[in-house]
Design a protein around this ligand. Structure first.
Ligand code: ASP
Length: 325
């Protein structure tokens, strides 16, 4: 009835404040969350766990769409250019900040192209290798890699990916450049690592924990200050001899800039409920991570994080002098 009335008013050229009425009905159809990496990888895993719970709160289906390529920038561009109506969202990680410097021309401005919903989680990384890669510990890995630098292959998810950043830090720590093999996400990279087609990589625990525990890959270190409960036998990078090698992969949920405030408020509420959902908390813990607090799962916290992380990584990237273009 209401729709009919609105249609009649619009046909008559009467201003209805339709955008507003629509925002108040939000959401009334399926929502899409774009993951800027392949299905089956760590960002995809985090997104699917959160989306399932958010969908129950919002009373609408949430579809996850994988738009991999160019280190996450293709998926981010897809959302930056989407209709700002709350039905196309982006779940991206630290790469949103590093790509701002790694790419000297992007089809969107990471600082202004998005509305913010909230931070989601910060995930440790692990340095891992194919099961039959010769070195057994970090000291062995460093000397093996230095001696065989032109043969060893390092998998990453493209320039701008977390795996790229971690690899860049590792290469600079051991002062040895390596041959990199780019994928559209570390889901397919993991398949090749297990299969022995590529030698080693650095990836989020949300992708590596189950494979390490099952003995399908070797783990050399976790990139946190302390060991993590999900992988108690894996040393920290500092324990393994890489002093100061710490990196956490923070993830945030975004919408295109200009998304109505009512939609953002509903999404932030659903995100906070998902992050307090016992099932999500447990699944995250099994994969070596934890949700952020309710105060961090807010638009302000994500905005502050993104802007401060762009500033934090710019000098590191500029010092390394590695750019995508
Ligand atoms: N872990 C990947 C990265 O290196 C992304 C992914 O496949 O989720 O950024």
């Amino acid at each position: 009835m209401r729709k009919l009335l609105l249609a009649a008013l619009m046909a008559a050229g009467v201003s209805t404040g339709f955008g507003n009425a629509q925002a108040q009905d939000y959401p009334n159809r399926t929502i899409t969350i774009v993951v800027p990496f392949s299905a089956g990888g760590p960002t995809d895993t985090v997104t699917r766990l959160v989306a399932e719970s958010m969908s129950r709160t919002l009373g609408q289906q949430i579809i996850v769409e994988n738009v991999g390529g160019a280190g996450g920038t293709l998926g981010a561009a897809r959302v930056a250019n989407a209709e700002p109506d709350g039905y196309t969202l982006l779940l991206h990680h630290i790469g949103m900040a590093t790509s701002a410097t790694l790419y000297r021309s992007l089809p969107y401005d990471p600082k202004s192209a998005f509305s913010y919903i909230g931070l989601v989680t910060e995930v440790p990384m692990t340095i891992v290798a194919r099961p039959d890669f010769p070195p057994d510990d970090m000291a062995g890995l460093i000397s093996y890699v230095k001696e065989n630098a032109d043969q060893v292959t390092y998998a990453n998810a493209g320039i701008g990916a977390a795996s790229h950043l971690c690899g860049m830090l590792f290469m600079s720590a051991i002062e040895t450049p390596l041959v990199t093999v780019p994928y559209q996400g570390t889901g397919p990279a993991m398949t090749d690592l297990i299969g022995g087609q590529v030698d080693f990589m650095c990836d989020q625990t949300t992708n590596t924990t189950n494979q390490i525990t099952a003995g399908k890959i070797k783990a050399y270190a976790v990139t946190t200050a302390e060991r993590i409960d999900a992988l108690p036998d894996v040393p920290t990078a500092a324990e393994a001899g890489l002093e100061g090698f710490q990196i956490g992969i923070w993830h945030g949920l975004y919408a295109p800039q200009g998304t109505p405030e009512e939609a953002i408020a509903a999404l932030t509420d659903a995100l906070q409920k998902a992050l307090a959902d016992e099932n999500v908390v447990q699944r995250f813990a099994d994969l070596g991570t934890a949700p952020v607090s309710a105060e961090e799962a807010t638009p302000e916290a994500l905005k502050n994080k993104l802007l401060s992380e762009i500033d934090r990584w710019a000098p590191v990237i500029n010092a390394a002098g590695v750019y995508a273009d």
